[in-house]
Design a protein around this ligand. Structure first.
Ligand SMILES: [Zn+2]
Length: 256
């Protein structure tokens, strides 16, 4: 198998004790390419070190996560901008909106999201969008802003079927992760109405571990559990899910 994990935070401190072994484990499991979205200004050095250590397998994205948007958003964005325009990144991420944790900085979240989408369009890069309890809002903003050429992934997609069709129509793909393996999800039913050509795989490590590892630290080698569950939804083999989602991810992120 040749899988691509399109969203994995392997530079996080949760992997400090065994990062090389974890990445090698993913490669051995068939996940050869891992796309690493940045979180905030503090995480930049760990992100870069991880990608330098595994240049053939770990590729960095640069962005400011909505949960890291606060009163100092302008300073943080300026650091992210300098980094993004100075080095080679495969995407702008992780960016977006989050209404689950803290609604204090909603307006700052909107500004940071739009600003970073514009940078992505300028650099002709895709975006990795986080939209926890904010998918409708993200779609509304993208419609209003109508940024020419913008494309990307709604990571850990959790909207309705109608929203899924709207984001696909705007040039986006749906990131499917561990949630697809959970008993209480309606994602399987939703995906029965969506062609697999619009999907990419992701773990969102260290979060959202798929069954049978739910609740534990997630890692990119667990991508196989997600591929197997998706294979059941589409009534094809995990190998075939791997092939189609790898083609999709290569196309979206401009990978060879
Ligand atoms: Zn993430």
């Amino acid at each position: 198998m040749n899988l691509i994990d399109t969203h994995t935070h392997l530079f996080g401190k949760q992997f400090d004790a065994d990062r090389p072994a974890t990445i090698q484990g993913a490669i051995d499991s068939g996940c050869h390419t891992m796309l690493l979205p940045n979180i905030d200004v503090e995480s930049i050095s760990a992100l870069k070190e991880t990608c330098i250590a595994f240049p053939a397998n770990c590729l960095p994205m640069m962005g400011l996560h909505p949960c890291s948007v606060g009163a100092d958003v302008e300073t943080a964005l300026e650091r992210i901008r300098l980094e993004l325009f100075a080095a080679k990144y495969i995407a702008v991420g992780e960016i977006g909106l989050d209404l689950h944790w803290d609604k204090t900085y909603q307006e700052q979240q909107r500004v940071a999201f739009v600003t970073q989408c514009r940078w992505a369009a300028q650099l002709a890069l895709p975006v990795s969008i986080h939209s926890r309890e904010a998918t409708a809002w993200a779609i509304k903003i993208l419609h209003e802003e109508n940024i020419s050429g913008l494309r990307g992934v709604f990571h850990c997609f959790s909207g309705t079927l109608e929203e899924a069709n709207q984001v696909i129509a705007m040039g986006f793909m749906l990131g499917i992760g561990g949630v697809i393996t959970y008993k209480n999800t309606d994602l399987r039913e939703l995906l029965s109405g969506i062609s697999s050509e619009h999907l990419v795989l992701e773990t969102d490590s260290p979060y959202l571990a798929p069954n049978p590892h739910r609740g534990k630290r997630n890692e990119s080698s667990y991508l196989t559990f997600i591929a197997e569950e998706l294979a059941k939804v589409y009534r094809i083999t995990a190998q075939e899910i791997g092939e189609v989602t790898t083609v999709n991810a290569r196309m979206m992120f401009g990978l060879r």
